[in-house]
Structure formats: C-alpha cells, structure tokens
Design a protein around this ligand. Structure first.
Ligand SMILES: [Zn+2]
Ligand SMILES: [Zn+2]
Length: 234
C-alpha cells in the first residue's frame, strides 16, 4: 500500500510521462504507451546481456562469452540502448534530471522483479572519480541504485569501492586499449564483507568497466558478482 506521504505527493505532483506529457502509470513518470514502446532486452546473452537477433535461440551465451567468459556471473539489462532510451539515460547523466534517474531505477527494478532472480545482499553503483563527481554534482549510477535498493529492499553500498584513476572516456578505444585504460581504476576503501552483490550502472557497452570492478570485488573475497544495467548497447 502506498504511504500517505507518497499518495499526497502523487496528488500534488501527479506522475507525468517524461516522453509525451500524458499521465504516468504505476506511480512512474511514464505512460503505458511509451512504456510499451521502450525496447526491452529480454532476448539477450545470459551472461553479458548482449542483445540477440530475433533468429537467435533463447537461453544461450553469445560467442564472445563462450570464448572469453567475463568475471561476473550474470548481467541483466532492462533495455536495449536504442529508440527513446539514450535520451533518458543521457538526461539522467548530464542534465541533472534526477526524476529521470528515478524512472530508470524503477524500470530496472521492474525488470529484476519480472525475472525472479535471487537477490544480492548489496548493490554497488559504479563509482565516479571525485573530479568527475565535482563536475557533475552527483553519480547517476548511485541515484539509480538508491531507487532500486528502495524498490527491492536491498542495501546500497557506495562506500566500499572508489574510482582512484580519472580515466579518459572509453569511446573509440579497442577492447585491449579499454582494458589498459581502466587497469587500476578502482580500489576498495574498506573490506568488502558481502558474499553476493550486483554492480549497478546506467549503460553497459563492452562491459570492460564492470569487468574491472568485478575483478576488484572478487579479489576482495566477494563470491558472486553480477551486473544490473539500465541499458545495453549491441
Ligand atoms: Zn508517454
Ligand atoms: Zn555474452
């Protein structure tokens, strides 16, 4: 049952679709029509969530994961990074539109619920370097993780991992250069006492960033690391 404060907020500020301005449904800033048009990523690699073509059978690993299994056990991405999704993600990241981060967290929470996964003990948002955090004022991955943690009842741990290198953007780099670019980018600031965590990010492209962070967590003794992303590029 929604709390009194939440229902009062809904009366004062009724949920409004961020894409078309119609009334939102399920307490989200998204209408039913626009929600149905978002490209879900259910048909994807079980391990890295790379989107599959329609002809590909379900329940498979992509060729890359068969040859080079990533360190994380599984990745779930709610959407493909196409149609209206890039504008929502970019708005949440750069325009300070925290209502978009909330909406993306709600959508990712719904995708997790729908798949009936065993939930992790903690959510670890991909940390931003302090310089980047100062520029932007907030970490969109943390904002998404906060909403998710609230929706699913999971602790959010934004203190154990830190980004200690301000790496240049990954865009345009080859796989090997991406890995080199990120080596040593993350470190633990205190012992990780979790057995099972999910790393939370907005967009997963090649997965190099989350793989690097996974390695750090595994080295620290975390047994199972999975990745939850709002969107996955193909
Ligand atoms: Zn709409
Ligand atoms: Zn894969």
């Amino acid at each position: 049952m929604p709390s009194f404060a939440a229902s009062l907020l809904d009366i004062l500020f009724p949920p409004t679709c961020v894409l078309c301005g119609a009334a939102g449904v399920n307490g989200r800033d998204l209408c039913a029509g626009c929600a149905a048009d978002l490209p879900d990523n259910r048909h994807a690699c079980l391990r890295c969530a790379a989107p599959f073509a329609d002809a590909m059978p379900a329940g498979m690993l992509c060729g890359r994961c068969q040859r080079f299994p990533p360190p994380f056990t599984r990745c779930l991405a709610a959407f493909r990074y196409e149609s209206a999704v890039p504008s929502l993600v970019v708005g949440a990241k750069f325009s300070g539109r925290l209502n978009l981060a909330r909406l993306l967290g709600q959508c990712l929470g719904a995708a997790v619920n729908e798949r009936g996964l065993t939930l992790p003990e903690a959510l670890i948002p991909v940390p931003l370097h302090p310089d980047r955090l100062r520029e932007r004022g907030y970490n969109q991955a943390l904002e998404i993780a906060r909403v998710l943690g609230h929706e699913l009842g999971i602790a959010v741990d934004a203190k154990t991992c830190a980004r200690i290198l301000a790496t240049p953007p990954q865009t345009g780099l080859t796989g090997r250069a991406r890995r080199r670019n990120l080596r040593g980018a993350f470190a633990l600031t205190r012992p990780a006492h979790w057995k099972h965590v999910a790393i939370v990010d907005d967009v997963m492209t090649t997965g190099t960033t989350v793989a690097e962070l996974t390695q750090v967590l595994i080295k620290a003794g975390v047994g199972q690391v999975e990745v939850w992303a709002v969107a996955r590029t193909s």
